[in-house]
Design a protein around this ligand. Structure first.
Ligand code: SD4
Length: 337
């Protein structure tokens, strides 16, 4: 599995600045801007920035940006990621543009770039969401290639390890049991969390917003399980008049509170991005009660003024911000508990 602590060769980013701090800053109304979840976002932002700085469209930036992460073998996103408990990698993704156009795919197998398929769903079908075999058929009809079956080296090793202790038995309420054990994201000794998702939101030089989200979902999930990431309103939401938000973490709980949509609606009411994210994470805490300590969830947001912010439930979430002054920085999200 990709080890986040070994982390980044930041020099390869080729950008002018990098920092890691607990400081949650605000962009002073500059555009363009791109922000994305976790530290893998630094590499993804770099690709997105190339488009934004050339006056490209935010939609292209968020698509190209997260494709970098989908491509990273042994990262926990894309075909190199951990499988479901039956040993299959199944991918979810969604994309949304400045006109409220959106496209999603879920439970998609053997296709390298689900985010591109999501965009094709948005642009080339009368629908917004295709899943499973139908999504795969559609992808093939659009010229995507069926990748060979099998797990990456890291995923193979992790899966074999998981199988040793797997307590899966087809019993009633197995979902709950799994959720407490194998489904839960791993927390490293240093307090950071394993993750399997990248969410990205951007505003281009013309002031238009778009967002994307792509994931392998929770490792060792039940076959067919879909989280928040491909669900418009939960994993991602964009309103070009107001702002955009994207979530990561325990998808089941983010769906329960309609996380990303809630953040955008709070920004519409005048909340700054960070305050809006905080309020929604507080809602999650209220819903989860004592069980909140067993999960991680985080939301990042930007508003129409190019201000940004984030909030997470637990310590250990970070996000990557690339602004018009050419900086690509990693910031720690403020945490609630
Ligand atoms: C999911 N939200 O499938 C995703 C997982 C995630 O970092 O974000 N992990 O529930």
């Amino acid at each position: 599995m990709f080890n986040r602590r070994k982390f980044l060769q930041v020099s390869s980013l080729g950008l002018s600045a990098f920092s890691l701090s607990g400081f949650t800053s605000k962009n002073k109304g500059n555009k363009p801007i791109v922000i994305s979840t976790w530290d893998a976002g630094l590499r993804a932002n770099k690709a997105a920035w190339e488009i934004l700085r050339n006056n490209g469209r935010a939609l292209d930036a968020v698509e190209q940006g997260v494709m970098v992460t989908e491509n990273e073998i042994n990262c926990c996103v894309g075909l190199g990621a951990n499988p479901d408990r039956d040993g299959h990698v199944t991918l979810d993704a969604c994309i949304m543009d400045e006109h409220a156009n959106c496209g999603s795919v879920a439970f998609l197998e053997r296709i390298k770039h689900p985010i591109q398929v999501a965009r094709k769903v948005m642009e080339n079908t009368p629908h917004v969401f295709l899943v499973g075999e139908g999504a795969q058929q559609f992808a093939l009809s659009q010229g995507f290639v069926l990748e060979k079956e099998g797990l990456s080296e890291d995923a193979e090793r992790t899966y074999k390890e998981w199988l040793k202790k797997s307590e899966y038995k087809p019993i009633i309420n197995i979902e709950n049991k799994q959720q407490q054990t194998a489904w839960a994201p791993t927390r490293f000794d240093d307090g950071t969390w394993n993750h399997d998702t990248i969410g990205m939101i951007a505003m281009d030089a013309a002031g238009n917003l778009s967002g994307s989200c792509t994931t392998s979902g929770m490792g060792f999930k039940m076959r067919g399980r879909v989280g928040d990431s491909p669900i418009i309103g939960a994993g991602l939401f964009v309103d070009n008049e107001v702002g955009a938000a994207v979530a990561t973490g325990q998808g089941e709980d983010i769906i329960r509170i309609g996380g990303s949509h809630a953040v955008v609606e709070l920004m519409r009411q005048g909340y700054a991005p960070e305050d809006a994210c905080k309020k929604v994470v507080e809602r999650l805490l209220k819903v989860k009660g004592d069980k909140a300590k067993d999960i991680q969830a985080a939301i990042i947001a930007i508003n129409k003024n190019g201000e940004y912010g984030a909030y997470c439930l637990q310590k250990g979430f970070n996000y990557s911000v690339c602004t018009a002054d050419d900086k690509n920085i990693l910031l720690n999200g403020k945490n609630l508990i």
